[in-house]
Design a protein around this ligand. Structure first.
Ligand SMILES: O=C(O)c1cc(=O)[nH]c(=O)n1[C@@H]1O[C@H](COP(=O)(O)O)[C@@H](O)[C@H]1O
Length: 237
C-alpha cells in the first residue's frame, strides 16, 4: 500500500527514541521530519539514523530566517544530507527565499507562512492585523514568486493559499489534530480528514502519533482515515 502523505514530526529528546518512532511509522507514512530539537542535539548524523534502510523521505525543518548570504551558506551546509524538504521562514523575504532555492536545487524549499501556534490575538500582538488568512496569502505569494516549491500553513488557510498560488505548489500543514485529541500549543488546527479535504498535500503530525501508546498503530489509523477521505473525494493520495 502507498504510504500516506504524512510527515511524522520526530520531536524527541534522544536519537534512540526518534529512530524507534521512525521505524514504527515508516511503513504507513511517506515522510519523517527532523526539527530543531534533534538537529541541534545530534547534528547532521541524525538524518542517517532516522532514514534507516527504509528510504523514507526526510523533511529537515530548520526554519531558516536570516540575511540571504547566511541562509545560502546554511542551505549549502546541509546539501550533502539530501533532505527532500527544507524549511525557511517566508518572512525572511524574497531574496532570502531565493538564496535558499538557488543553494539547494535538489531539495524542495518550503516557506513557513505564519506559525500554526499563533492565534489571531497573538498575531495582532506581533503586528499582524486582520484575518490570518490575508497575511498567509501575502507571504505565500512572496515565497512562490521567489521560487519556493512548497508552503507551510495552517489547515484553516489551505483554500485561500491554493486560490492564491494555484496548482503545482506543495501545501504542507502542521496544526493537525485527530478529533478528540489535545490541541496543546497549537492554535489554528483541523482534523486530518478536513486538512486533506481542503487540499493539503502533506500533513505534519507529531505528538498525536508519537505521544500515543502505539505510534505505529496510530499512524496506520490516520493513514487509513486519509485513504477513506481520498476515496470519498475522488482525489488520489
Ligand atoms: O514547519 C513546521 O513544520 C511547523 C510550522 C508551523 O507553523 N507549525 C508547526 O507546528 N510546525 C512543526 O510541526 C510539528 C507539529 O507537531 P505536533 O504539534 O506535535 O503535531 C512540530 O515539529 C513543529 O515544529
Amino acid at each position: 500500500m502507498t504510504p500516506a502523505p504524512i510527515a511524522v514530526a520526530l520531536d524527541a529528546p534522544d536519537l534512540e527514541t526518534a529512530a524507534h518512532w521512525a521505524s514504527l511509522v515508516t511503513p504507513h507514512v511517506s515522510t519523517v521530519k527532523v526539527g530543531l530539537e534533534l538537529y541541534l542535539r545530534y547534528g547532521p548524523d541524525v538524518i542517517a539514523s532516522v532514514r534507516g534502510a527504509s528510504g523514507v523521505q526526510v523533511f529537515l525543518d530548520l526554519k531558516l530566517h536570516d540575511i540571504p548570504n547566511t541562509v545560502a551558506g546554511a542551505a549549502r551546509a546541509v546539501a550533502r544530507l539530501k533532505p527532500a524538504i527544507l524549511t525557511v521562514h517566508a518572512a525572511g523575504g524574497p531574496s532570502m527565499i531565493r538564496a535558499a532555492v538557488d543553494a539547494l536545487p535538489g531539495t524542495r524549499i518550503a516557506a513557513v507562512t505564519l506559525l500554526t501556534s499563533l492565534s489571531e490575538a497573538d498575531l495582532e500582538r506581533v503586528g499582524v492585523n486582520g484575518p490570518s488568512e490575508d497575511a498567509v496569502r501575502r507571504l505565500a505569494a512572496v515565497a512562490v514568486g521567489a521560487g519556493a516549491q512548497a508552503l507551510v500553513c495552517s489547515p484553516r488557510e489551505l483554500a485561500a493559499v491554493r486560490a492564491e498560488v494555484g496548482p503545482g505548489i506543495v501545501l504542507i500543514t502542521p496544526g493537525v489534530r485527530p478529533a478528540g485529541s489535545a490541541v496543546q500549543d497549537q492554535a489554528r488546527v483541523a482534523t486530518p480528514e478536513q486538512a486533506f479535504a481542503d487540499g493539503a498535500d502533506l500533513l505534519v503530525i507529531g505528538r498525536p502519533i508519537t505521544g500515543s501508546p502505539d505510534p505505529g498503530a496510530t499512524a496506520a489509523g490516520i493513514a487509513a482515515a486519509l485513504r477513506r477521505a481520498s476515496a470519498a473525494a475522488g482525489r488520489p493520495l
